[in-house]
Every structure is written in C-alpha cells, then in structure tokens.
Design a protein around this ligand. Structure first.
Ligand code: NGO
Length: 524
C-alpha cells in the first residue's frame, strides 16, 4: 500500500490559530449566578484565524437578530437553530445585538465574525459565506443546560474562509434506500460542518432510486430491492426536486450519480433490451461488485443514457453530473473506452461538468475539464494516482475521496459492528484526520484539487442511526481537512483536534445526532 507512510508520521505543530480559543474556558452561570457547566469554546472546522477577546456576549431573553433583506433567509435559519438550542425567542428585528450583514470586503467563501461583550457581528460577501459563519456561531453558543437563562458566547474575532471549494459528503442510497426525510436530516447534519456538496449515489446493482420518465420499470422493478432484502424504494422526480431545494436552503449542491456502465444490474433487470443477450438478469441483493455491464454496442444503450442523463441534468441546478465509471470489471477494455467516450460526451452535452471515478482516467477522450474522483490507491485497472492525473492533464480538477482515510463505511476498529474492511482495514478517527490532500496524488497540489469528499457506502448501513454513527465523528475530521488550512509546519495533530471533538460531541448530543465515541477523545 503505497500511501501507508501517511499514517506513520505524526505532527509536531499546528499552524491553525484555533488553538488559542480552543483552550479558552468559559463558565456559564444559572439564574442564581451559580456555575452550571464549563464549556470550551471551540469550532470544527478550525477557522483560519481566531483570537480570543475579553469577556463574553450574553445571549439571553432580550437578544434579537438583525438580518437585512439580502440576509433574511440566513437570519431565519440562525434564529431557528439558536431557538432550538436555547429556547430563547430570538426575534428578527430592525435593531438588536446579533447582526448579520452582506457587504463586500470579506474572505471569499468565508466570513468575519466579531463577538464582544456588547454584540455579535457576522459579515460576509454573500449569503453562502454568512451561512458558513452561522455554523461557527452555533458552535460558540454553549450547549443548553436546564436552569440556564443566558448563554455566554466567548468574545472573539474570527476571519475565515475555506481551503477547498468542493467540500462533500456522498450517500449511497442504492445499497440501502434512505427516504427524503433521512436525506434532509443528513443535509442538516453536514451543514453544521460547512460541507457544501452532497453527492447522491442514485443507482447500483441493488437498486435504481430515481424515477425516469419513459422508463418506469427502472424504479417499479429496479427500485424494489436493496442489500439483504426488505424492499427498496425510490425518489419520484418531485421527491428529488424537494431534496435539491432543501439542500439549496443549506447552501449545499446536490451532485447526482448514475453509475455506468457497470453497477447496472438493477437497470438490466428492468429492461432486458439493455443487455447483449436480451435476457433480464434477476434482481440482486448481495454486495459483490463488478459483475454487471450495459451492452456497449447496442444503440438502445445510448438512447437510455441520453434519456437518463438529460432528465437528471434538467432536475439538477448544480454544475456537476457524475457518471460513475468505477469497477466495470465485466466490460472489456476496448468496450469500456468506447462507452466512456460516448457517455461522457452525452453527459457534457447536458451543459454540466462531468465527474467520474478515477477509472475513467483510462480514456483519453474525456470532455475537457472533466473532474476525476480519486477513491483508492490501486484498482485492477491500474494505479489510481496515475489515472487521476489524466483528468488534470485534460484541464480538469480532482475530488479526493481516498478510501483508506475518507470512506465513512470502513469500520472504526475490528470490533465495529457495522462497516467494511477492504481499504486498509479499519479507519480510526485519528487516521481520518491526519492526512494531507496535497500528498495523495503526487504532483497534484491544492490548485488542481477541486475538493474533498467523504463517501458513505451503505452495504451494511440500514438505519439513520447506523448512518450517523459511521459518519460522526469521522466526517468532522474530513470537513476540517476540506475547510481548514494545512498547518504550515508539520502535520495535523490529533491531540490538538481531540479536545475540540469532545466539545463538538456535546453539540451532537444536543442535536440528537448519533455518533461513535471513539477512544482517545475525552467525550463529555
Ligand atoms: C468502492 C466501490 C463501491 C463500494 C465501496 C465500498 C467505489 C468508488 N466503488 O468504491 O461500489 O460500495 O467501495 O466501500
């Protein structure tokens, strides 16, 4: 495993300024002025620059939010999350101490936050930056405790912006289906960490999850199964629009994936005309990969691809469409290359930027600017880094989702009841944290990296509680890598992260998010 060296070097210093405030301890008082709890004011992902001030702002029954019309929706969101956290009324008024502003002069994609004993002022160039700042503010408000009448937000000055534009989570709704409400909940979960992309893996051997006009059996038949039985499910086009709109309200872009030409058993079982022998295979509820393929020399295949990708693109406001391309082990090489050239051309003709798993880098005929998603160090098709570099050579960028550190479906340790082990064995929270994206594909640094993604494949994941316990807290580590600068000297250091993670855990508890209490963290 060529990248194993990444895990053996430990950091000596962290350049992120968060350390200062991470150690600032605030005592909150109850109605009688007695201390009710001790809260460490910390933020994940760590802000670019953060200095502690004197005192604290007391958020209380008289506090009001000021949100001008261009920041109104973010103001309402802030009010709703803080009301839920504190029970305070927090009206939106013309005058108040919690001030939101959209104005030029702030970090791109980020925000400036100034908390003094008098007021809280959050400002950004646009609503997306403001929304990111709101997530910071949420974490600065101490977790509620009964009897509390004021919430002391530590005085601080924060100036913050993301390292990468694409900060993603991926959810596999094909192996096990997750309904609209579950997806919305996950969107809320990941928004807290300033992630701004949710890649939905919508189709696979075990299920087709998006209704396509003119191809009703894809969902009626192909959507009726999932791993291990128990029925499947699918999104109507209205359901999908609903997800997309909800994501947009959290400044999250949906990236739809239709996995082609392998991982297509559910489609082949629904439409035998897509197979080469005209025989529909049985539906599949196992977890093997690499056995299915569309029929490459069949024109009907391309009508199907054009119909599906055309409808998916029309339903998706975001700039990207993902066409898979991974593990097509039963598609002969020459067929694969012919297929990828045509299918990626069809995808690009929708006006979207094409994304493909790194195996698509075998093709030298990808649309210019296609984005490659790196997921593993070696695949039967060759060295992943080399294949990923094809995208960069073609003028595109990479999304990194290295299975050995960023796959949320890997077991935490040997005893984890859920998850898989194939990547390099278990992946601890520490391993998910202590890596540098600029070292994954040698020669490809930040300028050619679009971003980072944490996939959650659901072969072993059935419920929302399972899903959250696999994602959290590792997804917090990945979000920090996607947002916060790499320390200038040395590597990320888990011992610096662990106390912030413990504080973050208290927020997860308050939000009812199920998470794994990993060792090495002093969970409250
Ligand atoms: C691989 C495979 C998926 C599996 C996953 C499980 C990619 C890109 N293709 O990742 O089909 O579900 O591993 O970890």
């Amino acid at each position: 495993m060529p990248r194993a060296a990444l895990f053996t070097i430990t950091g000596v210093a962290i350049g992120v300024a968060a350390g200062a405030l991470a150690l600032a301890t605030i005592v909150n008082l109850d109605v009688n002025g007695a201390p009710v709890s001790t809260t460490t004011a910390t933020v994940i992902p760590a802000p670019v620059s953060q200095t502690a001030g004197e005192g604290a702002f007391d958020l209380g029954p008289a506090s009001a939010i000021v949100a001008p019309s261009d920041a109104r929706s973010v103001g309402e969101y802030l009010a709703s999350v803080l009301r839920a956290a504190t029970g305070l009324p927090l009206p939106i008024e013309d005058e108040g101490e919690l001030i939101l502003a959209i104005e030029p002069g702030h970090p791109e994609g980020g925000y400036d936050l100034e908390v003094t004993s008098e007021s809280v002022r959050l400002a950004a160039n646009d609503a997306a930056g403001l929304f990111a700042g709101v997530q910071t503010l949420r974490q600065l408000v101490p977790v509620s405790a009964s009897g509390r009448s004021a919430w002391a937000i530590p005085a601080t000055t924060i100036s913050d912006h993301p390292r990468f534009a694409y900060r993603g989570a991926m959810l596999d709704v094909a192996r096990h289906f997750f309904g609209v409400d579950d997806v919305k909940r996950y969107l809320d979960d990941i928004a807290l960490l300033k992630l701004n992309v949710l890649h939905l893996h919508l189709t696979d051997d075990q299920g087709w999850r998006l209704e396509i006009d003119g191809w009703p059996r894809l969902t009626e038949h192909g959507g009726s199964t999932q791993v291990g039985g128990g029925g499947g499910g699918f999104y109507t086009q209205d359901d999908y629009r609903n997800i997309v709109a909800y994501a947009a309200s959290r400044f999250i872009t949906i990236v739809p994936e239709i996995d082609l030409p392998g991982h297509t058993n559910a489609a082949l079982a629904s439409y035998p005309e897509l197979t080469c022998d005209g025989e529909a295979p049985a539906l599949y509820e196992g977890i093997e990969v690499g056995f299915s393929s569309l029929c490459i020399d069949n024109e009907r295949t391309y009508e199907f691809v054009a119909d599906v990708l055309g409808q998916v693109a029309a339903l998706t406001p975001g700039p990207w469409i993902h066409i898979g391309g991974d593990e097509a082990h039963s598609t002969p090489e020459a067929d694969y290359l012919r297929f990828i050239e045509r299918a990626s051309g069809i995808a690009a003709a929708t006006g979207k930027t094409v994304i493909g798993w790194h195996e698509m880098g075998r093709s030298d005929a990808l649309p210019a600017g296609s984005v490659g998603e790196y997921w593993s160090f070696t695949t039967p098709e060759g060295d992943a880094a080399e294949l990923a570099r094809t995208f960069v050579d073609g003028g595109g960028r990479l999304v990194l989702a290295p299975a050995d550190v960023a796959y949320l479906d890997m077991k935490y340790d040997e005893s984890s009841p859920l998850g898989l082990l194939w990547a390099k064995g278990p992946t601890s929270v520490e391993e998910a944290f202590e890596w540098d994206p600029a070292e994954v594909v040698p020669g490809v640094g930040d300028a050619r990296l679009l971003g980072i993604e944490a996939p959650l494949w659901t072969e072993t994941i059935v419920t929302m509680a399972d899903l959250e316990s696999m994602a959290f807290p590792r997804i917090a580590a990945i979000a920090e890598i996607a947002w916060s600068p790499q320390p200038e000297q040395g590597r990320r250091d888990f011992s610096e992260f662990a106390p912030r993670l413990a504080a973050f855990g208290a927020h997860l508890d308050a939000l009812g998010i199920n998470y794994f209490r990993a060792s090495g963290v002093a969970w409250r």
